[in-house]
Design a protein. Structure first.
Ligand code: ADP
Length: 459
């Protein structure tokens, strides 16, 4: 068996959040078959002077490259986060298209692709991750790599009409099709890209999941990413989880708890979610003093203007709802713009009666799965989940909502808060089975299995 070569923008090197589920899954994959994890070092230099830095940490071989200030701004903050991220999350209105940013994105993908090609051996397999590196595979091909190469997109893939808003959409699609296998989070994302290739690029469907396009055969399949339910359950029951829950219980007394945990991002539907909680209080005076909403949302990508505007909006909304309804001994919304360790979050999930996961669009949303994993059969909390999160395809035991429908979401929270324990247990059993059937190991192993057999003839 050849080695596995992984490329992702950030790696699980020292200093990064090593406890993150994805980091563990990819480290396991590398530990099993040997290989290299390639990515950005996180360092930004005035001028590029170093090549790749190779080192071994926890039995994983890392290969890291730096970015220059100009590359960081054009490739990372610019094209990846100001053009690709909004368009792939259906927010063309927030996208900023800049030719120079795209040129820098291409340059970084080319430079990194060439560096990565030098690290490969003929019998390796290559697995590239996410929207930062849409063009890296094509650069690898141009540098002579012709072995199996797969790509996994962690964020949604929008319908062709939305994707086509990117001035470079054809160039990006052609780059992606240099891979043998392209994995998406959901059937919806897979169908969107397939439709783009067939309708816009004259691709020819072959078999169930292949398309012949740009003189190549590419396989498109959904591999919904999962979590490690036993790990989360252990964290929820562990000391850190119990301590976090006890701290919160001291101030929330025996009030019902609704919880939301997200990176602060406009795709997460945070203003709509706060408005829905406000609507719940407008409509149900009997809940005043009886329920609190804890929203944890640390700021991300603060350099991008849209995030600063979001922060201001959330501060205003939480302030208004608390101003309208708070009492001497009750604060309706507790809004914490900071990070908590996974152990503490798991304990808080377990304490909560309702998990409120209402993104406007999300590739998967692992918080939804972590919330379910942290519950107990005796007294499970209820998941209120956006039908526009990738997780909704698998998590039919949740109360599904349209996150734009404020009144509907308020009703769903109310229904969750008043749900009898028998129904809560039934729903949780369905959800628990779903997250266990397709957990994080399943995701990694099924993608790698598909990648290993990708050169076999199409049935
Ligand atoms: P995204 O990838 O868009 O951030 P996910 O819901 O898939 O969305 O979250 C990825 C991971 O980040 C999850 O494992 C989750 O526990 C973690 N996470 C999300 N929000 C926070 C937070 N506020 N504090 C700490 N960890 C978080």
């Amino acid at each position: 068996m050849g080695r596995l070569i992984i490329a992702s923008n950030r790696t699980a090197t020292p200093g990064a959040d090593r406890a993150g589920g994805l980091a563990v899954a990819l480290s396991d994959a590398l530990a099993e078959r040997g290989g290299v994890w390639f990515g950005w070092s996180g360092d930004i230099l005035e001028r590029e002077t170093r090549g790749v830095r190779l080192f071994v940490e926890d039995n994983t071989d890392f290969a890291l490259a730096d970015l220059t200030t100009q590359e960081y701004e054009g490739y990372y903050l610019g094209f990846a986060n100001r053009a690709l991220w909004p368009v792939f999350h259906y927010r063309v209105d927030l996208a900023h298209f800049d030719e120079q940013d795209f040129a820098t994105y291409e340059d970084v993908n080319r430079r990194f692709g060439r560096l990565l090609a030098q690290l490969t051996r003929p019998d390796d397999i290559v697995w590239i991750h996410d929207y930062h590196f849409l063009l890296m595979g094509q650069e690898m091909r141009q540098s002579g790599w012709d072995g199996p190469m797969g790509f996994f997109l962690h964020i949604p893939f929008p319908p062709p009409e939305v994707f086509s808003a990117l001035p470079q959409h054809q160039r990006l699609a052609r780059g992606l099709c240099a891979h043998d296998l392209i994995g998406f989070q959901t059937a919806r994302d897979t169908a969107n890209f397939r439709r783009y290739l067939v309708d816009i690029c004259a691709g020819e469907p072959v078999g169930e999941d292949c398309v012949r396009v740009f003189d190549r055969m590419v396989r498109l399949r959904a591999f919904p990413i999962g979590t490690d339910p036993d790990d989360i359950a252990a964290l929820a029951a562990g000391t850190e989880g119990a301590q976090a829950a006890a701290r919160l219980e001291r101030v929330s007394a025996s009030r019902a708890l609704v919880i939301g945990v997200d990176r602060m991002d406009y795709s997460k539907g945070l203003p709509q979610r706060m408005a829905a909680f406000g609507r719940l209080l407008d409509d149900h005076a009997e809940l005043h003093g009886k329920v609190s909403f804890l929203q944890i949302a640390p700021p991300s990508r603060e350099a991008v203007d849209a995030y600063q505007a979001l922060r201001v909006e959330l501060d205003g909304l939480a302030g208004k709802i608390n101003g309208d309804y708070a009492d001497l001994d009750w604060v309706p919304i507790r809004y914490l713009a900071r990070n908590y360790p996974r152990g503490a979050l798991s304990g808080l999930y377990r304490l909560a009666q309702v998990g409120l996961v209402t993104p406007l669009h999300d590739g998967m949303n692992l918080v939804a799965k972590e919330f379910v994993a942290a519950q107990t059969l005796e007294d499970p909390g209820v998941l209120v989940l956006s039908e526009l999160a990738g997780a909704a395809e698998q998590m039919q035991g949740a109360i599904l909502v349209n996150p734009h429908d404020i009144a509907g979401t308020a009703d769903a929270i109310h229904r969750a808060l008043s749900m009898p324990v028998e129904e809560r247990r039934e729903r949780w059993a369905v959800l628990d089975a779903a997250i266990r059937a397709e957990d994080l190991s399943w995701w990694r192993l099924s993608f790698l299995k598909a990648l290993e057999t990708v050169r076999e003839p199409v049935a």
